[in-house]
Write a protein that binds this ligand. Structure first.
Ligand SMILES: [Cu+2]
Length: 79
């Protein structure tokens, strides 16, 4: 994601997201994030969406993504 004047431009990472060993990358608004396209229905607040994260070395990791209100802060995520 980068700003082009006041316009936010986003693009897919062609070679994936590099996560160096022993580091953490947060996926969040305004930074690296997951983007869902071509949805056939909207997400409902409070739902849990099953997803699979695909890692080059760790393989496939199944997760659930909680649907939160827009702008929810980490404290509201139950961290
Ligand atoms: Cu995006």
């Amino acid at each position: 994601m980068k700003m082009d004047g006041s316009i936010m431009r986003m693009r897919a990472l062609e070679n994936g997201l590099v996560i160096p060993a022993k580091t953490t990358v947060n996926l969040e608004s305004g930074s690296y994030h997951l983007m869902f396209i071509d949805l056939t229905a909207g997400f409902v607040k409070g739902a849990r969406i099953p997803a699979t994260l695909v890692f080059e070395k760790a393989g496939d990791i199944d997760v659930f993504l909680d649907v939160l209100p827009l702008g929810a802060k980490p404290a509201e995520r139950g961290r």
